[in-house]
Write a protein that binds this ligand. Structure first.
Ligand code: HEC
Length: 177
């Protein structure tokens, strides 16, 4: 979507353009893409008479999102987690726990990450990497509700389309991306 620029270098015309995900596609993370999208953000330069080969980064990921651990939670807890997620997490981790950028898609979180969930979200274990601590805003119980919601989103995304794996009413009606 970025505008290209054209210029002459040593009498040879060049066109340079910034490319990436662009537009709304950047917000969607289809199953199989992986926890973070591959680095498509690049600056490409074309020159008249140029003959370099364009290298395309590998696209896609074999593993669809799926819940890495089991967690006992009531529907009400998952529902609370959904609202808390929408209030505190979606701006970075994506709407409905579908990330569309370089920030991890929590549906893909590994068992290790789930074991450290509270240490990451309340303890600030990843603060130096841009994941803030929410210890002044959330209680441990609320973080567990968010975790249960994230796991329910992973289960819904892993399920084949049309199946009934849905932990919250909106997921039943919504799209498992
Ligand atoms: C300001 C942006 C921002 C917000 C808001 C945010 N996060 Fe994060 N989060 C990040 C970044 C950046 C990372 C990647 C850190 C790293 O590279 O280790 C991350 C990583 C994580 C991870 C580790 C994921 C993995 O697979 O390694 C978890 C779990 C997590 N966040 C949970 C949450 C929860 C729950 C909330 C809401 C309470 C939240 N985050 C809100 C930016 C954010």
């Amino acid at each position: 979507m970025a505008p290209p620029v054209t210029y002459l270098v040593g009498g040879v015309q060049h066109i340079t353009v910034m490319v990436g995900w662009g537009g709304g596609a950047g917000l969607i993370n289809p199953p199989g893409m992986g926890p973070t999208k591959p680095g498509f953000g690049r600056i490409l330069t074309f020159a008249i008479g140029g003959n370099a080969k364009l290298e395309v980064p590998p696209f896609g990921h074999k593993r669809p999102p799926s819940p890495a651990i089991r967690m006992k939670a009531s529907r009400e807890t998952v529902r609370q987690g959904k609202f808390l997620y929408a209030a505190f997490c979606f701006t970075c981790h994506g709407v409905d726990a579908v990330a569309g950028s370089g920030i991890p898609d929590l549906r893909y979180a590994s068992a290790e990450v789930h074991q450290q969930f509270e240490a990451i979200v309340l303890g600030g274990a990843r603060e130096s990497r841009g994941m803030p601590s929410f210890k002044d805003l959330l209680k441990a119980e609320q973080v567990r509700a968010i975790q249960a919601y994230v796991l329910s989103r992973a289960a819904a995304s892993a399920a084949p389309p049309g199946s009934k794996v849905a932990a919250t009413p909106s997921q039943a009606a919504g799209t498992p991306h």
